[in-house]
Every structure is written in structure tokens, then in C-alpha cells.
Design a binder for this molecule. Structure first.
Ligand SMILES: [Zn+2]
Length: 359
């Protein structure tokens, strides 16, 4: 069986600082298309790259933003993604419900609105999820099969809400991004059933260890070099892990310095990583399958936490294997990341003047 590789893209709009600054308003399309010189270097770049290498991706599209954007700009974006053969699945940030109130500016100014999908009542979460299901129907898209919560939040109540709403799969866990404190959600890889919902966590790995201290990292395009990703994919295959979930966002393919995304430049570091990954998947398509998350989930038996070829030690960990990176990859990646960030800031300053921190 080929190892499935699911590139997942959280596709969302931004509050744009509007909760804390009365002069600001939420930002829609610029955060998704990310234009530089009239060309889309965010979503457009991603769709082109996937198309060139025959990779199907999963776009988790946020729907609660419709509480603010009444003209529904995400509809055209979601349709475009779907029409290009990718999966459109459901992403949801509860903070957007603040806009249901006419006095949202006043309320938000008294304390940052909550954006939590943990410690939330089951029925309340189920209603928010239902808003997403209804939105997909309104957009003429297939019913979502996979859910990803905002901020990767999760707890037992969320899985119960997903089961209630009839969503069979989830990808809410990325341990290095959000750890809910409950050991049964410390999920590094593979698939795991919780309250009747199958969870496919973003791959989390140990990128370095010093003595007894171990640092973990969730696998993202923005955070890991291609050398690291390739090593992890090979390790995952050798360990019999049936699929690897990778996380990214459209806005990570540009460097920006303002919340409205009007001052941007191409992020050639992340763009190169995505091209390298897709080219690798294409060249190694006899061993790896770059496919959507629901497509993978539907094909993998619910009981197959690790394949029969996996080692005894891997089987013993119940399909929750923590892969390990190599320092020879981690250290150069950290250095390159810092250097490129500074370089981008310097170029943007040359073009747009000195940088002042957004308030
Ligand atoms: Zn999000």
C-alpha cells in the first residue's frame, strides 16, 4: 500500500486587528490570494503547483467568517478549489460569531473574544459545525467529511459534537501547536478513534533532543525544510504509518508586514519547499500518494493503525509513533529560517519604508 500524504491548507480570513483597534476591519481575499505584483502567490501559487505535479490537496475552508462578510467572498474561493479537483473540508473559528452582535466593537474592546473549540458545550459546538455544513450546501459543495478546529483546539466534547453533527473524520490534533493536557489526545501520527470520529493528527515529530529533553514539532511547510520532510516521509513509510498529514496556509507563501497584506513579497523559501515536496511525491508515486484526507480516510480500514509490515515495536505503540528528525537537518533549517525572515524584512523596508509594528 502506498503511504498517503495529505497536504492540508487552512484557508481563512483574518480579523485584521479589528477587535483591538477601531480603525481596522477584517481582511478577506488578500489573506488567501496573497497577490504580489498582480499575481496570486498564495492560493494561486498552490493550485498551480498541485496541478503541475498531480497532487490532490485538502483545503479546510473557514465558514464562520460569513457572520461578518455578508457578500460571501469565500464562496468563489471554495468553488474554485473544488473545481480544480481538490477536497474542500470544514474549518471553523468561533471568534467570528462576535459579529452577530451589533455592539461587537464595544464588547471586543473589553477583552479579546474567545476563539476556543475546547471547554465548549457539545450542543454549542454542534451548532457551529452545522453552520459549516449548511454553508457547504449553500455553496453547492459536497457535505464536508473532515473537520479541523480553529487553533487545533480539541477535547472529548468536540468529538462528541462532531459525532452528533455527522462528521466522520477530523484533523484537530497537532500536539506541538496545542496540547489540551489530556494524554489520550497526545497523538503524533496515524489514526485514532475518539467518540466514533476518526482523528488523523498533523504529524508531530521530535526535531531535537538534548539529554533527557526532547523538543517536538508539528510538520508544516513553513516550519520544516524539505530535507526534514523527506526524511519523515521515508521513516513513516518504513514504520507502516498509513498516512502523513502536513499543515500549511496560503499566506505562508508570501512575506508580509501589514495586517491587510498590501505590502508583500514572494516567500521563495516556502514556495521552494512546496514545489520540492510535490515533485518528490510525483517522482515517487509508486510509494507515496499525494491525496485528499477524506479520500485517504475512506481507503484506509478503520482498524489499520499501522500496516502489517510494521515492526513489532511500532505495533506496540498502537499506531501513535513519534518519529525523530536529525540534528544535521534541524540546525541548518533554524539558521536558514531566521536569515530568510530578516532578509525579507529588509527588502520590504527598502520598498515601503521603515517598519512600524501594527497595533
Ligand atoms: Zn484557522
Amino acid at each position: 500500500m502506498r503511504t498517503r500524504v495529505c497536504i492540508t491548507i487552512d484557508t481563512e480570513f483574518s480579523i485584521g486587528g479589528a477587535f483591538s483597534n477601531a480603525a481596522r476591519t477584517p481582511v478577506a481575499e488578500p489573506l488567501v490570494w496573497c497577490e504580489v505584483g498582480g499575481q496570486s502567490q498564495g492560493l494561486g501559487f498552490m493550485l498551480d503547483t498541485f496541478g503541475r505535479y498531480g497532487v490532490q490537496a485538502t483545503f479546510f475552508v473557514e465558514t464562520l467568517q460569513r457572520n461578518y462578510f455578508k457578500h460571501d467572498p469565500m464562496r468563489a474561493i471554495a468553488r474554485r478549489i473544488h473545481d480544480q479537483g481538490h477536497e474542500v473540508q470544514l474549518h471553523s473559528h468561533p471568534c467570528w460569531t462576535m459579529f452577530q452582535r451589533d455592539d461587537w466593537r464595544e464588547v471586543a474592546s473589553k477583552g479579546r473574544p474567545k476563539d476556543n473549540y475546547h471547554s465548549r458545550d457539545i450542543d454549542d459546538s454542534a451548532a457551529l459545525i452545522q453552520q459549516g455544513i449548511d454553508t457547504f450546501a449553500d455553496w453547492g459543495l459536497p457535505r464536508p467529511q473532515v473537520f479541523r478546529s480553529g487553533n487545533m483546539h480539541h477535547d472529548d466534547a468536540l468529538y462528541q459534537a462532531l459525532a452528533k453533527a455527522g462528521i466522520p473524520y477530523a484533523s484537530n490534533v497537532a500536539v506541538a501547536i496545542f496540547d489540551c493536557g489530556d494524554a489520550k489526545y497526545r497523538l503524533y501520527s496515524g489514526q485514532h478513534e475518539r467518540h466514533g470520529v476518526r482523528e488523523f493528527p498533523v504529524l508531530t515529530f521530535a526535531d531535537w533532543a538534548l539529554g533527557s529533553k526532547q523538543h517536538i514539532k508539528s510538520l508544516t511547510i513553513a516550519g520544516s525544510s524539505f530535507a526534514e520532510t523527506r526524511r519523515l516521509l521515508e521513516q513513516a513509510r518504513a514504520a507502516g504509518i498509513p498516512l502523513v498529514v502536513i499543515l500549511t496556509h496560503p499566506f505562508e507563501y508570501v512575506q508580509n508586514r501589514d495586517l491587510a497584506f498590501s505590502q508583500t513579497r514572494i516567500n521563495s523559501q516556502t514556495q521552494r519547499r512546496l514545489v520540492q515536496l510535490c515533485a518528490f511525491l510525483h517522482e515517487n508515486r509508486d510509494r507515496f500518494d499525494g491525496c485528499g484526507l477524506a479520500t485517504a480516510a475512506n481507503a484506509i480500514p478503520a482498524t489499520a493503525s499501522v500496516s502489517a509490515s510494521a515492526s513489532a515495536s511500532a505495533s506496540a505503540s498502537a499506531g501513535n509513533i513519534l518519529l525523530k528528525g536529525a540534528l544535521r537537518h534541524t540546525v541548518p533549517r533554524m539558521a536558514a529560517q531566521v536569515a530568510y525572515h530578516k532578509y525579507g524584512r529588509w527588502l520590504l523596508s527598502r520598498k515601503h519604508g521603515p517598519y512600524t509594528r501594527p497595533t
